[in-house]
Ligand binder design. Structure first.
Ligand code: 5BU
Length: 274
């Protein structure tokens, strides 16, 4: 364990952090994480609605969140959305549409509220690049906040050769600090302290126990790496759970345990330093 890195990002329990958030999605998510003892978000990158729903039903008991890419689902429709929402209620998980908005405020408002997907109507959480500047956050917030939604900003990526720089990452945190009522955290590879003293959840993709990469630039680290060494909060796992030949239920249980054990280890490490 890298105590040096852990010392930079002291672990505070999910319970203690809950009152720091004003956005209802953040507190609801922390409640689910605590109640289910799961910091696992499963990324359901499947192209048939029935397959996404089947996976959601299988892994639902073991996750705090299901991440979707609505635009890869060939038969996406209102019936799919209704069924997904029912599963989210049945198993108690939040829905995160990984839309990665990246346009001017006016355009992203339309992309969020309208079109085929009407994302704001069903997804508790969406994410956005900060490349266009603050207008992207303001635009999404005008649509999402009245519907009690929340936003994550992309501050880092897991892929090899990413063009994100340290300055871009830091400026993304500064932008978040202007909208802590709507921005609840980041997609990033490590905890990102806020100059304004806000607390943010860090959701981390590129997590795998068995693979190191996918031949297309994805890079995998273990739950221990991201939670204990780098102070992240939620692990996002896709193919580690459902790649052909893997048993999604067994893998979801395995990643849930690995994620929770790593969280407990990070708490113990923080307590040991006191
Ligand atoms: P995987 O099957 O565990 O590699 O899937 C990872 C998911 O997370 C996939 O949906 C990506 O679009 C998503 N992702 C990522 O892998 N890395 C990133 O930096 C970001 C998103 Br942002």
């Amino acid at each position: 364990m890298s105590t040096a890195a852990a010392a930079v990002y002291p672990r505070v329990s999910y319970e203690a952090r809950r009152p720091r958030f004003t956005n209802a999605v953040a507190t609801q998510l922390l409640d689910l994480i605590i109640a289910k003892q799961s910091n696992l978000c499963v990324s359901a990158d499947l192209t048939k609605a029935a397959d996404v729903l089947q996976l959601a039903d299988q892994v639902g008991p073991y996750i705090c969140m299901l991440k979707t890419h609505a635009d890869i689902i060939e038969d996406f429709d209102a019936k799919f959305v209704e069924a997904l929402q029912k599963l989210a209620e049945k198993h108690r998980f939040m829905i995160f549409e990984d839309r990665k908005f990246a346009d001017i405020g006016n355009t992203v408002q339309h992309q969020y509220a309208h079109g085929v997907h009407k994302i704001a109507d069903w997804s508790h959480i969406v994410n956005a690049h900060t490349l266009p500047g603050e207008g992207i956050i303001s635009g999404l917030k005008a649509v999402g906040l009245p519907k009690q939604r929340a936003l994550l900003l992309l501050a880092q990526m897991s892929s090899a050769g990413t063009l994100f720089t340290e300055a871009y990452t830091q400026q993304t945190v500064v932008l978040a600090d202007k909208h802590p009522d709507f921005v609840i955290g980041f997609i990033a590879q490590r905890a990102l302290p806020s100059p304004a003293g806000n607390d943010y959840l860090v959701l981390t993709p590129g997590v795998g126990l068995d693979d190191k990469g996918d031949g297309l630039g994805q890079q995998y680290r273990t739950p221990h790496d991201v939670l204990v060494k780098d102070g992240c909060d939620v692990i996002i796992v896709g193919r580690g759970i459902y790649k052909p030949g893997r048993d999604p239920v067994a893998e979801a249980k395995r990643y849930q345990k690995a994620g929770w054990d790593a969280y407990l280890a990070s708490l113990a490490a923080a307590a040991g330093r006191k």
